[in-house]
Design a protein. Structure first.
Lengths: 96, 130
């Protein structure tokens, strides 16, 4: 079980590499530029990871994307929720 | 309570990584955990520059790291090889290399990759911000 932390936009090579690496019990946190995934509900990772992918709300707010995430019913978490995931997952990988 | 180690590889103001790492560190502490140390590597070494002078209405990341250290005694280690090749050095390194000025001072410490490995071993969780 691994926590994947993606920092780059959905079309980036980092995102593609992450999608190839994500396994069944893994979770994904989208931070920094990766939260622009809120603009693309068709991004394959939304289907691939289903209930185990989250957008960092602070980074959504900083980019003016918080409303879009709510409208598209995308799962978000606060920084405290991010910490909770790191508590749950012993290993993490940052994709950048 | 767990020990967290943080690796920062992004430069301040050109990468969001340092700001993310700083917010993460505060959130870790707010949850009752400890931060065993922060290691600055690659362009992340620029966080240690004492000559950083952003506009007054912007966060001064250098000062913010120092404040974190002062409040929680968190070691701030800087990769010496990455720092020297980017023109960041302590007073002793400046003397050794015949330079007129220096821009890294305590609590930032120039260290080697051995410190990074040691931090990883001490940390129950090790998170990279790049």
């Amino acid at each position: 079980m691994i926590l994947h932390i993606l920092t780059k936009a959905p079309g980036s090579s980092a995102a593609l590499q992450m999608q190839q690496a994500v396994a069944g019990q893994d979770s994904v946190v989208l931070i920094e530029e990766a939260v622009t995934a809120a603009l693309d509900p068709t991004w394959k990772a939304w289907q691939q990871c289903q209930s185990r992918i989250y957008l960092l709300s602070e980074d959504l707010l900083a980019r003016g994307l918080a409303t879009i995430a709510v409208d598209n019913q995308l799962p978000t978490l606060e920084m405290g929720g991010f910490i909770s995931l790191t508590e749950k997952y012993e290993k993490s990988v940052t994709w950048y | 309570m767990m020990q967290y180690g943080l690796l920062v590889m992004g430069a301040p103001y050109s990468s969001p990584a340092p700001h993310s790492a700083l917010r993460f560190a505060h959130a870790v502490l707010d949850r009752g955990h400890q931060v065993a140390g922060v290691f600055f590597y690659h362009d992340g070494v620029h966080n240690a520059s004492s000559l950083m002078a952003p506009p007054q209405d912007e966060l001064n990341l250098h000062d913010a790291w120092i404040e974190l250290h002062q409040q929680h005694a968190i070691p701030l280690d800087v990769c010496i090889a990455a720092a020297l090749r980017r023109g960041l050095m302590s007073e002793s390194e400046a003397q050794r290399h015949g330079k007129q000025a220096f821009n890294i001072a305590s609590p930032f410490e120039l260290t080697g990759l051995g410190q990074l490995l040691e931090l990883q071993q001490r940390s129950a969780r090790f998170i990279t911000f790049a």
